[in-house]
Design a protein around this ligand. Sequence first.
Ligand code: SF4
Ligand code: SF4
Length: 360
Amino acid sequence: MKFIDEFRNKEKAKKIVRAIENISTKEIKLMEVCGGHTMSIQKFGIPSLLPPQIELLSGPGCPVCVTDRKYIDQAIAYARLDNVIITTFGDLIRVPGSSSSLDNEKAKGRSIKIVYSILDALKIAKENPTKKVIFLAIGFETTVPGTAAGVITAAKENVDNFYVFSSHKVMPPAMNALIDEGVKINGYIGPGHVSTITGTGIYSGLAENFNVGCVISGFEPLDLLQSIYMLVKQFEEKNPKVEIQYKRAVKVEGNIKAKEMMYDVFEYRDDWWRGLGTLANSGLGISKKYAKFDAERKFDVEVEKTKEDKGCICGEILKGLKSPKDCSLFANVCDPSNPVGACMVSNEGACHAFYKYNRE
Ligand code: SF4
Ligand code: SF4
């Protein structure tokens, strides 16, 4: 199949659904850990096509959603320093911190600029040599190589007023932690873009240690249905393994060049995830080699004590334990124009996707 339309063909979708019905005999819970998948699943009404014994859960797949309040609070503390320009992706600016948000700080006159890439941030640094420019780096393995490339460029060009505040995270520890915590998951719909970079090796522990399969999926409805078919088949045959459905983009070995850049600039560290708490080696901090670009090493700020909103159940939603519709604030107090929690901010957040496509 070459064109998008072919991946949305109704007749083919019906065929795959029938094939799923034919092989599925037992209750099964499948989790997607990619915000792009959450969006597609809701947009195309995939759950309503499946037999009732197949349940789809949304996991910690949206980079904005898993970024903790402490990070936002620290970014706000940086924004309040003199002569600092914060550069950030648009979604992050609206995520509530403990008592403010970057959006509020911008309205109060702090210098906060929305950028589309780290290279935009670097450009701002070069154009403002008397200021210190901090780039807020979030996202999983998909976006890490881009940040790494920006830092390498800053080093080559000797930009000495440019810093990165990293909240980059890696997927496998969160996928393992959910199963360890006892969340019932029989198979993972593996993240497409992350796997383009990492390849499939990072998921091998799932089958070996937890008996849980993983199928790396594309983003179109037929991709997702086919991935669900593959996972149900693995489960019914008691043969959990790592498979690639998204073969047009993902290779077993991933993108070797991107991985080299990633490990040149970053090193593993423990990191805090919304809903999951601290997970060993699940985050990426700037390596010693590039220490001079590390905002955390450069700026010493006092960060307010983290306060969570009462009533917001983002943490439970990110663990697949609750659905956005279980939240008493959903679609009344909390909506995309007034997000109470991170899951309502980003397009890829479960609450946002439910609000947009599945509110009734
Ligand atoms: S960046 Fe891509 S792979 Fe990662 S969560 Fe978003 S859509 Fe999924
Ligand atoms: S609906 Fe809003 S308040 Fe409720 S869990 Fe989602 S983001 Fe949090």
